[in-house]
Design a protein around this ligand. Structure first.
Ligand code: NAD
Length: 487
């Protein structure tokens, strides 16, 4: 089988499927990427992948190329794994990479094969790909298209590919079903050997395409829901981490993806919810997804909230175009959109670092894995050599990606390095009590307090809500008189 596009998705798949015993060829237009992979170097950070790549290159089951002709000769099943970024100047998906990959491959096909789309695409794309294939291949060959969306999470990608929690396939014929089944036999056999079952949902094109964007829309909504609760907690004097814990005990709600913070980012959720809305609009169902616009806005507001908190803590005046930080030295810990990845695409951490710098702050960024990518995206920021270097002389520390290295950092030691002990915990991931005990003024998102507030009082480090009642809470309306008879 072949994997067309060897980014986070395609390279991980190519390596994992070779590991399962298949003969695999990875293809990309990026010559440097193919050279790196061929030399045994994964061009991005994904735990466990490097070693597996080298093992399978050595075993001769895995090769990489930039040639579509070689790809066409090699494969019986071709997986399309190229990027589908947000269209420049719009919110829909840019399908030009998918188009180039499919036509590039199709022109060289000389036998019956299955082309399986794995990229995340707007509904209707698989049908369009069928037409493209029909245009560029001999109809006698009977080449077919299928769509099998992908759910892997960066940082856990190897595990997610080898042990997926479901396989979804949109297809049109029994032959395509058989081919796709054969292509996934390694995964199904591994599951059987481990006493697990992998649910397989075989469906039509449209449903398969929609499953992926619906899943991402749901996850984004869950994150923005708790961040909306954070906004309310901030003004009402609540603590969103306690709230999330309490509602998460309900199994219908569950506690995963219910951590308030600076919101979601990365190469998938933001662009996928926008592309989903754009496509629904084209199809005349825009109203149905209007809430996703709100989900996006809530997510963006969390980034501004960090600037607002930073200004409050540093005592910076709010200017007409936002606060000015007047050269205040700020350490930003985190550049990637989440830990265990070097991916900085639409990363909240990096966006906030850039916004702080634009507002005059002297920002020093450190990330354990994302520095090389961050420098490419934000070359004007200062990048520190280490966590200590970033924190040294800082007047404010902002923890914006929940890397274990930051979560477990010793606040006493860091307190000695910083100029001022002010910390914003943008992921609500620090031990608030330990940081406070070490002399830091701690601010979480969503009113997270360093110590839980006793009933009837607001926590010391939160602004008291503007209410009349002496306890800082609105008075409960009571009837003026009670009548026994009325009971
Ligand atoms: P990526 O940007 O890391 O990789 C895309 C690769 O495709 C690049 O290496 C690029 O050079 C290559 N490419 C572009 N045009 C090509 C062409 N014509 N022929 C061959 N190769 C070409 O992107 P990614 O993160 O791997 O995502 C790929 C797709 O998978 C997207 O649609 C994404 O939404 C989806 N997806 C990604 C993830 C994830 O966690 N990254 C998870 C699920 C789904």
């Amino acid at each position: 089988m072949t994997f067309v596009g060897t980014g986070y998705l395609g390279a991980t798949y190519a390596v994992c499927f070779a590991e399962l015993g298949y003969e695999v060829l990875g293809v990309d237009v990026d010559v440097a990427r193919i050279a790196a992979l061929s030399a045994g170097a994964v061009p991005f950070h994904e735990p466990g992948l490097d070693e597996m790549l080298r093992r399978n290159l050595a075993a001769g089951r895995l090769r990489f190329t930039t040639s579509y002709r070689e790809t066409a000769d090699f494969g019986d099943v071709h997986f399309i794994c190229v990027g589908t970024p947000q269209r420049p100047g719009g919110t829909g998906a840019d399908l030009s990479y998918v188009e180039a990959a499919v036509t590039g491959l199709a022109r060289h096909l000389t036998r019956r094969v299955l082309i399986v789309g794995k990229s995340t695409v707007p509904v209707g794309t698989a049908e369009w790909i069928e037409q493209l294939v029909a245009k560029h291949t001999d109809p006698e060959l009977g080449i077919e298209v299928a769509w099998s969306p992908e759910f892997l999470q960066e940082g856990f990608a190897v595990e997610d590919v080898l042990r997926p929690n479901r396989i979804v396939a949109g297809l049109r014929s029994e032959w395509a079903d058989d081919m796709l089944h054969a292509a996934h036999l390694g995964i199904l056999e591994l599951a059987a050997a481990e006493g697990r079952e992998v649910p397989v949902v075989v469906t039509d094109f449209a449903t398969a395409e929609l499953v992926k964007v619906a899943a991402n829309a749901f996850l984004a909504t869950k994150i923005s829901f708790i961040n909306a609760m954070a906004e309310v907690c901030e003004v009402a004097g609540g603590d969103v981490t306690q709230l999330a814990r309490a509602i998460g005990y309900d199994p219908r709600i569950g506690n995963r993806f219910l951590q308030a913070g600076v919101g979601f980012g990365g190469g998938c959720l933001p662009k996928d919810i926008r592309a989903f809305q754009a496509r629904a609009q084209e199809l005349g169902a825009g109203e149905a997804l209007r809430f996703l616009h709100e989900v996006d806005l809530i997510n963006q507001r969390r980034r501004s909230k960090v600037l607002q908190l930073a200004a409050e803590l540093l005592g910076c005046p709010p200017g007409p175009a936002g606060p000015r930080f007047g050269d205040a030295r700020i350490a930003v810990l985190g550049a990637t959109f989440k830990p265990r990845s070097d991916d900085v695409r639409d990363s909240p951490a990096l966006a906030i670092a850039a916004a702080l710098a634009r507002s005059g702050a002297d920002v020093h960024v450190y990330d354990p894995e994302g520095m090389a990518n961050a420098v490419l995206v934000q070359p004007d920021l200062n990048f520190a050599e280490s966590l200590d270097d970033a924190v040294r002389d800082a007047e404010l520390v902002c923890v914006l990606t929940e890397w274990p290295q930051f979560r477990t950092a010793d606040p006493v030691r860091l307190g000695r390095l910083a100029a001022t002990r002010l910390v914003i915990d943008g992921r609500n991931c620090l031990d608030a009590a330990a940081w406070s005990a070490a002399g830091w003024q701690y601010r979480g998102l969503g009113g997270r307090a360093a110590t839980p507030a006793p009933p009837g009082r607001t926590a010391g480090n939160r602004a008291a809500p503007d209410h009349d009642s002496p306890a800082g809470r609105p008075a409960i309306p009571r009837p003026a008189t009670r009548s026994v008879a009325a009971r």
